[in-house]
Ligand binder design. Structure first.
Ligand SMILES: Nc1ncnc2c1ncn2[C@@H]1O[C@H](COP(=O)(O)OP(=O)(O)OP(=O)(O)O)[C@@H](O)[C@H]1O
Length: 205
């Protein structure tokens, strides 16, 4: 059985059909590039997986669990979602990270600021980022920080929605290499050619 499965999904917005009998199976630790043309429903698909958008019909299964109102929180806990708006909590970076790892759901993870410092270097972020307010970071810096947060949360499934927008080529390449090195199930939503012809399964519709 596949690790993630969209089974016979139907989704409409108002009168418009976005999915009509859509199927997709993803294996554990598979890296998938969702690269359908704009407007085909890539973001809607990941929102369905997170339970933020509910399809008219069809089933979504995660690790053998059917997504329902009862299981949605358990399923969300398996997922790190990094979006283009990099919606991480607001505040001073070091404090935000400390507080996120203090949430009951994340308390089993051992978090230390030195680890974050190392990640800032890896992501070519200035060391003083720690003392900055998240609102004062550039969009690209915020994206990279959101990715670091996603990595440190150590969830099984990563959804990365347009996370390389605005980065330079070198950093993008580094990012792709990094993602491929993890034994996680990763869904990348992107139009960026940087992900093409890599070790990602390209899925379009
Ligand atoms: N809440 C909503 N209400 C109505 N229409 C919506 C809603 N969300 C998305 N849509 C429409 O559904 C279609 C699919 O949107 P979605 O964002 O899922 O596509 P996408 O493939 O991710 O697009 P892009 O690559 O441009 O980001 C689009 O035409 C969009 O305008």
């Amino acid at each position: 059985m596949a690790y993630l499965e969209f089974r016979n999904i139907f989704l409409n917005y108002d009168q418009r059909t976005i999915f009509s009998g859509f199927n997709l199976e993803i294996e554990r630790q598979e890296k998938v590039l969702l690269c359908a043309p704009s407007g085909r429903g890539k973001t809607s698909l990941v929102k369905m997986l997170l339970g933020f958008v509910v399809p008219e019909a069809g089933e979504i299964l995660v690790d053998g669990m059917r997504l329902t109102g009862k299981t949605v929180n358990d399923i969300r806990r398996k997922i790190a979602y990094v979006s283009q708006d990099a919606d991480i909590p607001r505040g001073i970076v070091s404090e935000v990270f400390a507080s996120v790892f203090n949430f009951p759901v994340n308390r089993h993870l051992s978090y230390q600021e030195t680890v974050l410092r190392d990640w800032l270097k890896t992501m070519s972020l200035p060391e003083d980022t720690l003392e900055k307010n998240i609102d004062a970071l550039s969009g690209g810096e915020r994206q990279r920080l959101a990715l670091v947060l996603g990595i440190l949360l150590d969830r099984e499934i990563w959804i990365l929605d347009e996370i390389t927008t605005g980065l330079d080529q070198e950093l993008k390449k580094k990012m792709v290499e990094l993602l491929l090195s993890y034994d996680k199930t990763i869904l990348v939503v992107s139009h960026d050619d940087i992900y093409k012809n890599q070790r990602l399964r390209e899925v379009s519709w």
